[in-house]
Design a protein around this ligand. Structure first.
Ligand SMILES: Cc1cc2nc3c(=O)[nH]c(=O)nc-3n(C[C@H](O)[C@H](O)[C@H](O)COP(=O)(O)OP(=O)(O)OC[C@H]3O[C@@H](n4cnc5c(N)ncnc54)[C@H](O)[C@@H]3O)c2cc1C
Length: 375
């Protein structure tokens, strides 16, 4: 058996924090290197599929204190406002990343995880060990490293990952609002060049988060004008913006969002969450995938440290096999759906079909979601 049970996690977002708590529960010493401090708002639709619930009940104490909203309906609309509402097969809950990540961070701290607030600059794997260096010159070594550095990071550039070579044209904008919106609904509204998600989080706050291509966005002076000229062409969004008031001084924006295929193991690092692959936000399943992949990686690492005979190659193979089993098809479906819905005529035909055959809607949702995560 390997004597020192240790894991170094690069990035302390949802995937990194979930793995930190799970590995700590297994008696493994965890260090997390996270460049930002907590709590922090993040660009995210903040709707989490209930598939994570049984696992979260086992892993995370005190979730009820955060008072997430319970969501069980989806309203989908096309650019011209044709819409359909369906029950979400599993349902989900709304919670801000500000509150959720902070809660997980505090839990991880209380379980003995060490947090290093520095920016990782490089990761080298040599003689069966990793050496990680940060921008202020600190160096850390570890037998196991999990990559949880999100959608796009300087570490991807350093590792020369394939997806980073291609420019991505997607950007996303998010803000919190006060106003009228049903508690149990997630709205997914199409506009020219993108989609906008609307749902409630804790404290009666509405999250409005949209993703658009840069070509459409750059034709406008600023976010406000884009919202007025493009998003509000959809009558559902027009009504929402007329009835809601932003409580952020400025919206949060991120760019260069890539949905290209990534490898779940690279340079012997087990990648989790968006670092392994990002599903299109219109599927509302990225957070559940981040949590689930952290669970799979933690279990694989737990087996590795428990077993006398498991090699690093078997650890990587075991993780990759499970990752592909759970997520590969979902990511493909997400990409396919996003490309279909980008075409106004096809998306209009699709919605007419869905209005006529409403039982098809939950089937499509199921294709982009997983089953309840079993502990
Ligand atoms: C517009 C949009 C809307 C979305 N809406 C939803 C939704 O409604 N529901 C849903 O389930 N999913 C949604 N998602 C997806 C979801 O946000 C992600 O899947 C989820 O955040 C993944 O978590 P993560 O831990 O992998 O990454 P993150 O939460 O991004 O964490 C990565 C962490 O790594 C840190 N980091 C990066 N580089 C370094 C470095 N060099 N050194 C140290 N730290 C570093 C970052 O600071 C960050 O804290 C949406 C995504 C987008 C873009």
């Amino acid at each position: 058996m390997t004597d020192q049970k240790e894991v170094l996690i690069l990035g302390g977002g949802l995937a990194g924090l979930t793995a930190a708590i799970h590995l700590s529960k297994l008696g493994i010493q965890v260090s997390v290197i996270e460049k930002n401090s907590y709590p922090k708002h993040k660009v995210c639709g903040e709707y989490i599929s209930n598939e994570v619930l049984p696992y979260f009940e086992w892993l995370v104490t005190g979730m009820e204190k955060l008072q997430p909203t319970s969501i069980n309906k989806l309203e989908f609309s096309t650019q011209n406002g044709n819409s359909i509402t369906a029950n979400l097969p599993l349902g989900g809950f709304g919670i801000s990343r500000f509150a959720l990540d902070f809660h997980l961070y505090n839990l991880a701290l209380s379980m003995g995880c060490v947090f290093i607030h520095e920016t990782v600059e490089n990761v080298i794997f040599e003689e069966d060990e990793f050496e990680v260096s940060t921008s202020i010159g600190s160096r850390f070594t570890s037998k196991i490293v999990l990559g949880a550095f999100g959608k796009r990071s300087n570490i991807d550039v350093k590792l020369n990952r394939n997806f980073i070579q291609e420019k991505s044209h997607w950007l996303a904008v998010k803000s919190h609002y006060k106003g009228d919106f049903p508690n149990d609904l997630v709205g997914l509204h199409n506009f020219k060049g993108g989609y906008c998600g609307v749902s409630k989080v804790e404290n009666n706050v509405i999250n409005i988060c949209y993703i658009t291509n840069y070509q459409a966005y750059k034709l406008h002076k600023n976010n406000e004008e884009f919202q007025k000229m493009v998003l509000s062409e959809n009558p559902h969004l027009k009504k929402i913006f007329e009835n809601c008031k932003s409580i952020f001084e400025n919206p949060l924006t991120i760019g260069q969002i890539s949905f290209n295929k990534k490898d779940a193991v690279e340079n012997h690092i087990l990648m989790i969450g968006d670092t392994a692959g990002l599903i299109h936000p219109l599927c509302g399943n990225g957070m559940a995938m981040a949590i689930h992949s952290a669970k799979i990686a933690s279990e694989a690492v737990g087996n590795f440290y428990e077993s006398n005979c498991l090699s690093r190659a078997s650890l990587e193979e075991q993780y990759l096999k499970k990752w592909n089993f759970h997520f590969e098809k979902r990511l493909k479906m997400g990409r396919l759906l996003a490309s279909i819905l980008q075409k106004p005529r096809i998306s209009s035909i699709l919605i007419r079909i869905l209005v006529k055959f409403p039982f098809l809607m939950p089937l499509i949702i199921k294709k982009t979601h997983g089953k309840t995560i079993i502990i």
